[in-house]
Design a protein around this ligand. Structure first.
Ligand SMILES: Nc1ncnc2c1ncn2[C@@H]1O[C@H](COP(=O)(O)OP(=O)(O)OP(=O)(O)O)[C@@H](O)[C@H]1O
Length: 230
């Protein structure tokens, strides 16, 4: 299977302190990879490094062969990201947020309209298209952010703590949609404190302990490791 996301020997410092040490792993097409670890293990820092908002000291990152440093524009066009906290523009309506993503990722008009229809129905946001973020609840803002990231078909989808703030219906809808994207060839990287919460969804895991990869493999192997250590 084809490797889509490749992380090689990444070291990241924050205020002169080494937060991530020599991180290497890869994710292939049709894989959902869970980044797991305790509070402070480095999951968010690694996510920020992968989306390019935190600089690495050394190492390389690539998506579909595009190097993060040498080909940043094409690297960026090959992923979308759902942050833990929604980051929306006060001056744009819900629909205009979707349009922004359509333009940035060159999504054809018919695909765009049909996805907006499907997702606003699935996430129960149909009557909110003309609203501005300040008129939405936190969960609704999270749904808007989620839809934005789902509209384009990109090789990699990064999600920081999926299902956070989503109600049970929206969570189920998102889960089904992520599986659909995976089957169609996407690779999905998500962070979580508890692998059990995503064990139905993720097939691979990378476990961080104090900024290092402590173990990685199939989710079924993780459960076996846990069973043997308890
Ligand atoms: N902006 C920052 N300034 C200083 N230290 C930071 C900063 N961001 C993260 N750190 C430190 O980096 C380490 C890793 O933090 P990170 O947020 O990546 O962990 P995490 O695994 O995502 O944790 P959580 O599960 O609590 O979200 C922690 O020791 C944290 O204190």
């Amino acid at each position: 299977m084809e490797v889509v996301l490749e992380v090689k020997n990444c070291n990241v410092d924050i205020q002169k302190e080494r937060i991530l040490r020599d991180i290497s792993f890869h994710v292939k097409r049709n894989e959902i990879m869970a980044l797991v670890g305790h509070n402070g293990a480095g999951k968010s820092t690694l996510m920020k490094t992968m989306i390019g908002s935190r600089e690495k000291i050394t190492g390389t990152l690539s998506i579909a062969g595009n190097d993060q440093d040498a080909q940043y524009k094409s690297y960026k066009r090959n992923f979308t990201y759902i942050p833990e906290e929604p980051l929306l523009f006060n001056e744009l309506t819900v629909y205009h947020h979707f349009k922004l993503y359509q333009k940035s990722y060159s999504v054809p008009e018919d695909v765009f309209e049909s996805r907006v229809q499907t997702y606003t129905q699935g996430f129960e946001l149909k009557d909110k298209l003309d609203e501005y973020p300040e008129a939405l609840s936190k969960g609704m803002r999270q749904k808007v952010q989620t839809i934005c990231a789902l509209i384009p078909d990109v090789p990699v989808l990064f999600i920081d703590e999926p299902f956070m703030g989503l109600d049970v219906y929206a969570g189920r809808f998102l889960e089904e949609e992520l599986i659909r994207k995976k089957v169609q060839g996407a690779c999905i990287v998500l962070t979580t404190h508890q692998l059990e919460k995503v064990s139905e969804l993720a097939n691979r895991y990378v476990m961080l302990v104090e900024g290092e990869v402590a173990s990685s493999g199939d989710v079924s192997e993780f459960h076996e490791l846990e069973r043997r250590s308890t």
